[in-house]
Design a protein around this ligand. Structure first.
Ligand SMILES: Cc1ncc(COP(=O)(O)O)c(C=O)c1O
Length: 454
């Protein structure tokens, strides 16, 4: 008798598809509660892992009523903390195709179709950044994985670039405002960071040049990381100035655009990214502001052959992956991973069916609303705007509030399902932070939230 786990089950399929259809139809998606639930989730899960299995309807009921509400929906227009998400309907639906087809994208001989399609989506992103024809890479799980994989190539190819100038103990220059994953990546790689002081929270070519000339480890720098949209405040580094220094000093130039580089789609701010076309490696996360489902980060290299030399895995059983096929492209050769889901496919499908103009418009809408929110804060006497937003993060203070006040405000907003808002730290002080990303996040929605600070 066949094992029933592998037999198509109409009832189970309906149960799941009905749920998915319902979830997709929610407009807007409710915010829900995350960890702010009263019941014990551990207790509610008791008894589910049995020898004989539990009725799927019972398990789904538990998921729907208890677990799914213990998630703050990051695709709700009211999710304004950290970095939200806003996957398009087409991308979510195609994610189901990826799942139901067990679509993988490790190598050309196994999965040429999805790999060709993922590369088509990567090419759109490479064109947005102005990278040359031969540029390429792969989709990885997130910005953190992309930063690690890109910097690994920077470290391991330094000898090739720098020749006799290669330091014995290499160092990577980063800004104080670089994302925490960059520091972690350097730790994993066993490379120290040279922290370049920022000028008005921005890494500049000038500050980098001064640091290289004056810091005791300046001559040991082999690479530099700039950020195309800091997470805390959405500030874009001086990419052009940093690119100049990187070129002069033969440094690997990596840009972490995990959050902000989606704005390459927006003509209104494209100029601020000048210099990004000169990167050696570059990360942008479609699962953030390019409206793809988790987990989807794009990692691109100017010269993918360098990445291939670093990331290809050598094993006798893998030798067959490398053939003479003219179009061969093995995503496993371009990051620290091997087996991988074809995670770029939902983005590919959504780009194909919606067109890039819809992406441009969605990003521009968010940028516009962000400016309106900033105007509103400037016009509100008890609120102070910290700086004009460059992208879609707004920082502000409420006169007289300390950290505990911001926390109490966040709790209240979530309890009343008005919004999910977290504070952050700016120049040592607690400040309010609103991260916009969903094109359905309106000025009115945020005005209601801000009105509760009165
Ligand atoms: C600038 C930047 N880099 C890297 C990351 C890490 O990305 P992920 O969470 O996808 O690993 C983030 C996340 O917010 C980010 O904003």
């Amino acid at each position: 008798m066949r094992n029933p786990m592998f037999v198509y089950d109409e009832k189970l399929t309906d149960l799941i598809f009905d749920y998915c259809r319902w979830r997709l139809s929610l407009d807007p998606v409710p915010l829900d509660y995350g960890g702010a639930v009263n019941e014990s989730l551990v207790a509610s899960l008791e008894g589910l892992m049995t020898e004989g299995g539990v009725d799927p309807a019972v398990v789904m009921e538990l998921f729907d009523k208890t677990l799914a509400t213990a998630v703050v929906s990051c695709d709700s227009p009211k999710f304004l903390a950290f970095i939200p998400a806003a996957p398009t309907k087409a991308s979510l639906l195609f994610d189901m195709v990826v799942a139901c087809s067990s679509l993988h994208g490790t190598s050309w001989i196994e999965a040429a179709g999805p790999v060709a399609a993922e590369n088509q989506a990567l090419r759109v992103l490479a064109d947005m950044a102005g990278l040359p024809e031969g540029a390429g890479g792969c989709f990885v799980a997130g910005g953190s994985a992309g930063n690690l994989s890109g910097l690994m190539v920077g470290r391991d190819t330094a000898a090739y670039r720098m020749g006799d100038l290669l330091p014995e103990h290499p160092v990577v220059a980063i800004s104080e405002e670089a994302h925490s994953s960059v520091g972690k990546a350097l730790h994993v790689l066993g490379v120290e960071a040279l922290l370049v002081p920022v000028e008005d929270h921005r890494l500049t070519g000038h500050a980098l040049r001064v640091a290289l000339a004056t810091h005791s480890r300046g001559d040991d720098v082999i690479a530099v990381v700039a950020t195309g949209g800091t997470t805390n405040a959405g500030i874009i580094d001086d990419l052009e100035g940093v690119a100049d220094v990187a070129e002069e000093r033969k440094l690997w130039f990596h840009v972490d655009g995990a959050y902000g580089a989606a704005a390459l789609f927006a003509p209104s701010v494209r100029e601020r990214f000048r210099g990004i076309e000169r990167v050696d490696s570059f990360v942008v996360d479609p699962h953030k502001w390019l409206f793809a489902p988790f987990d989807c980060a794009a990692l691109l290299y100017r010269e993918p052959r360098l990445a291939k030399a670093v990331h290809s895995q050598d094993a006798s059983y893998l030798e067959v992956l490398h053939t003479d096929a003219p179009e061969e492209w093995n995503p496993s050769d371009y990051a620290y991973h091997l087996t991988r889901r074809a995670r770029g496919m939902p983005l590919w499908f959504s780009l194909a069916v919606n067109g890039t103009d819809a992406y441009r418009d969605a990003v521009e809408t968010v940028l516009e609303v962000t400016q309106e929110v900033a105007d509103l804060i400037e016009a509100t006497p008890h609120l102070e705007l910290i700086r004009r937003p460059e992208l879609s993060v707004v920082l502000f203070t409420r006169t007289g509030w300390d950290k505990a006040d911001y926390e109490a405000w966040s709790d209240r907003l979530l309890a009343e399902q008005m919004g999910f808002v977290m504070h952050t730290t700016w120049e040592g002080e607690p400040v309010g932070r609103l991260a916009l990303l969903h094109p359905d996040t309106t000025l009115e929605l945020i005005a209601d939230i801000l009105a509760t600070t009165a």
